[in-house]
Design a protein around this ligand. Structure first.
Ligand code: NAD
Ligand code: MG
Length: 388
């Protein structure tokens, strides 16, 4: 039996992981599960999954967790330090599905103690890509992406030499505002932005998908995961979300991975690799789909994509600045205190100010990244106040 930690078990990826595991009885044993706030669901899952330990990040919910699990042989812990403590347990796989920067530290620590990190928490690579990959190499930890596009890339690269790869074709649904004009985008509501046409996901990534920051984040993610230059990663808008990404090879061949818009396949691939796990999810029906379309992205309307590319070119801790600004801006949009278009503006202005304040030169250690993240959040928050 393989041992697993599931970070962010109560979220969208966490729940899809539980569905995959429920179809693999006897193959995996659950060590730790963690959640941010939802203590009732965390306790329920700990009992159902037979987890050894449950950790709630929010300390004020710890007493509730203790009483919910009082009659069960399950250990409990809390807080950011509690997340790090469970990351220090030796396991076969850590499924990293905390959303945002909050997942960086425990996931970085897991690179030392887990044999494999099944990575959903893409913000780790956006905020600290060079450090994250260097730590994985240092400790010999295998990173298998859970993001559907990167899982597709890994699958399309299987059995081929990465030196023969010419280009990555990173597909994107285009989100709910793909066909909106700029004037129409001024009036986008929270409700509209939270309604993704193809995928059912957590709130933050749903907004990131609407601004195309998610695709920007995925571009940065691909840049760190695969041996490729930024110029050779091309974003392709493909509204049906059936092709999850493609690899173009030096002989002109293009290999694609297809599937229904459902995370179970990518999660099970990251858990089972090099084997494929049997899943009884819905199969792709090509006759039902009938056509697949492709367009170029419009970076005038969706400038987050440009900002993501710039952050790679600038280097250092620029990814940490972009990530922090985006987290602050998306949080404000979710609170309905800024408009949709303001999200990209805040990211852009934070990057400009961070560059002139020279807060992103150092990116060698977690402490460097944390300091840049802290300062970028101060800048972004001050811009929020200006935009009110
Ligand atoms: P979600 O909001 O549904 O779940 C997030 C999880 O993180 C929850 O368990 C929550 O309790 C936990 N969490 C939140 N704040 C925390 C904190 N401060 N400390 C500790 N735990 C905290 O998000 P999601 O959609 O499941 O996404 C998780 C990650 O996976 C994100 O990085 C996202 O970009 C990535 N991802 C998601 C999908 C998807 O289909 N949902 C696809 C690809 C990648
Ligand atoms: Mg994705």
């Amino acid at each position: 039996m393989k041992t697993i930690n599931i970070f962010g078990v109560t979220g969208s990826i966490g729940q899809s992981t539980v569905k995959v595991l429920n179809q693999q009885r006897g193959k995996y044993s659950i060590e730790a599960i963690t959640a941010g706030q939802n203590v009732v669901l965390l306790a329920k899952l700990a009992i159902e999954l037979g987890a050894k330990i449950a950790v709630i990040a929010n300390r004020s919910k710890f007493d509730e967790l203790k009483s919910l699990l009082a009659n069960h042989p399950i250990e409990v812990d809390c807080g950011e330090d509690g997340l790090v403590r469970v990351a220090e347990r030796e396991v076969d796989i850590c499924l990293a599905a905390i959303v945002g920067y909050a997942g960086l530290k425990p996931t970085l620590v897991s690179l030392k103690y887990a044999k494999r990190v099944a990575l959903a928490n893409k913000e780790c690579l956006v905020a600290a890509g060079d450090l994250f990959i260097a730590e994985a190499e240092k400790y010999g930890c295998e990173i298998i992406p859970v993001d559907s596009e990167h899982s597709a890339m890994a699958q399309c690269l299987r059995g081929s030499k990465s030196s023969e790869m010419e280009k990555i074709l990173l597909t994107a649904s285009g989100g709910p505002f793909r066909t909106f004009t700029m004037p129409e985008m001024k009036d986008i509501t929270l409700k509209q932005a939270l309604k993704h046409p193809n995928w059912d996901m957590g709130a933050k990534i749903t907004i990131d998908s609407a601004t195309l920051m998610n695709k920007g984040n995925e571009l940065i993610e691909a840049y760190h995961l695969f041996p490729i230059s930024l110029e050779d990663i091309e974003v392709v808008i493909h509204k049906q979300s059936i092709i999850h990404s493609m690899i173009q090879y030096c002989d002109g061949s293009v290999i694609a991975q297809l599937g229904t818009p459902e995370m179970g396949t990518a999660i099970s691939y990251a858990l089972g690799y090099p084997d494929r796990l049997s899943l009884n999810f819905k199969r792709l029906d090509l006759f039902d789909i009938a056509e697949l379309n492709f367009e170029k992205p419009d970076e005038t309307r969706f400038k987050c994509l440009t900002l993501a590319k710039q952050s790679v070119t600038i280097g250092g801790a620029c990814g940490a600045v972009l990530n922090a600004a985006n987290e602050v801006a998306v949080h404000a949009f979710l609170q309905e205190s800024i408009s949709f278009l303001e999200i990209a503006n805040i990211c852009e202005e934070t990057m400009t100010r961070a560059q002139s304040d020279q807060i992103m030169d150092q990116a060698n250690t977690l402490a460097d990244i944390c300091e840049t993240d802290r300062q970028a959040r101060i800048i972004a928050t001050s811009l929020l106040n200006l935009s009110k």
